[in-house]
Design a protein around this ligand. Structure first.
Ligand code: HEC
Length: 250
C-alpha cells in the first residue's frame, strides 16, 4: 500500500515536471501568440485562413466540418460555400488536396496532419513558425525559418507577409534579455498585409489550430468560469453552515 502511494506520488511529480512546450532550441525565447480560443470571430477567421492557405497541403483529420460549424456558429450553408472545398458532407474531416506520396516527392518531407500540432508544439511555437520565414537563397524553397531551420515548407504566405530578412547577430554583444527568436527579422520585400495585419492573420490561424487540438475547450473554458464561481459561493454557504452547527458546541 505504502509503495503504491509512493509510486503514485512520484508519477504525479514527474508529470508536473514535464515541460509544456517542446521547442528545443536552447534557451531561445518564443514570441507570445496572444491568441484566445474563446474569441469566436478570431476562430472563424482562422478557419477561413486554414482552409484557404493550409489545407492544400495539410489535413486535419480529427476535426469534422459540422463540429466546427456548431462550435463557431457557422451555418451548414456557410460551411458549404466557404469552407468545404475538400468535402461533400459536413460530417467529413478536413482532408488535404494532396496525396502524401506526391507531397513527399515535391517537398522531400510530407506536410504533417495539423489536428494536434498546437498541442505537440505550443501556440507560441506555431506563431513563431508562421511569422518566422526569411529569405535564404541557399534553400531550395528560397526561404528558411527561425524555429525550424532547413524546413521543407515553402513560405506559402509570402504574398501576404512579403519576405523578411534575417539580420546577423551583433558580434560580442550580450543577448538582449527581451529578445525572442523573431527579434532579428526585418521586413524585406513587402506583401499585401502590414506587419500588424499579418501578425493578426497568424494569430487567428494559430487560434484555430489550438481550437482543433481540443474542440471541447471552447465550451469547457466557459463552463470552467461558472464551476469556479459556484464553488466559491458554495464555500461561503458551507462556512456559514459550519458556524451554525458549531455555535452550541463552543
Ligand atoms: C505547399 C504546401 C504547404 C502549405 C500550403 C502549407 N504547408 Fe505547412 N508544411 C509543409 C511541409 C512540406 C512541411 C514539412 C516541413 C518539414 O518537415 O520541414 C510543413 C510543416 C508544417 C508544420 C510543422 C512544423 C514543425 O515544427 O514540424 C506546421 C506547424 C505547418 N506546416 C503549418 C502550416 C500552416 C498553418 C499552413 C497554412 C498557413 C501551412 N503549413 C501551409 C507544406 C505546406
Amino acid at each position: 500500500m505504502r509503495t503504491s502511494i509512493r509510486v503514485a506520488a512520484l508519477g504525479a511529480t514527474l508529470l508536473l515536471a514535464l515541460p509544456t512546450a517542446s521547442f528545443a532550441e536552447g534557451d531561445a525565447k518564443l514570441p507570445h501568440s496572444d491568441n484566445d480560443v474563446r474569441n469566436i470571430p478570431s476562430l472563424q477567421r482562422g478557419a477561413r485562413n486554414f482552409i484557404n492557405y493550409c489545407s492544400g497541403c495539410h489535413s486535419a483529420q480529427f476535426v469534422r466540418f459540422n463540429r466546427i460549424g456548431t462550435d463557431l456558429g457557422i451555418s451548414e450553408a456557410e460551411l458549404k460555400a466557404n469552407l468545404m472545398f475538400t468535402a461533400e458532407r459536413s460530417f467529413e474531416t478536413i482532408r488535404s488536396s494532396m496525396s502524401p506520396a506526391d507531397a513527399r516527392k515535391w517537398f522531400g518531407n510530407a506536410p504533417p496532419d495539423l489536428s494536434l500540432m498546437a498541442r505537440a508544439r505550443s501556440p507560441d511555437y506555431l506563431f513563431a513558425f508562421l511569422t518566422g520565414f526569411y529569405a535564404d537563397p541557399s534553400r531550395p524553397t528560397g526561404v528558411n525559418n527561425v524555429v525550424l531551420p532547413g524546413t521543407a515548407m515553402p513560405h506559402v504566405l509570402a504574398d501576404l507577409q512579403g519576405v523578411q530578412t534575417l539580420l546577423p547577430a551583433p558580434p560580442g554583444e550580450a543577448e538582449d534579455e527581451d529578445a525572442d527568436v523573431t527579434s532579428r527579422l526585418k521586413p524585406g520585400s513587402s506583401g499585401t498585409l502590414s506587419p500588424e495585419k499579418y501578425a493578426e492573420f497568424a494569430r487567428d490561424t494559430v487560434n484555430f489550430l489550438e481550437y482543433i487540438g481540443e474542440p471541447a475547450q471552447v465550451k469547457r473554458r466557459d463552463l470552467g468560469v461558472w464551476v469556479t464561481l459556484f464553488l466559491l459561493v458554495f464555500t461561503g454557504f458551507a462556512f456559514l453552515l459550519k458556524r451554525e452547527y458549531f455555535r452550541d458546541i463552543h
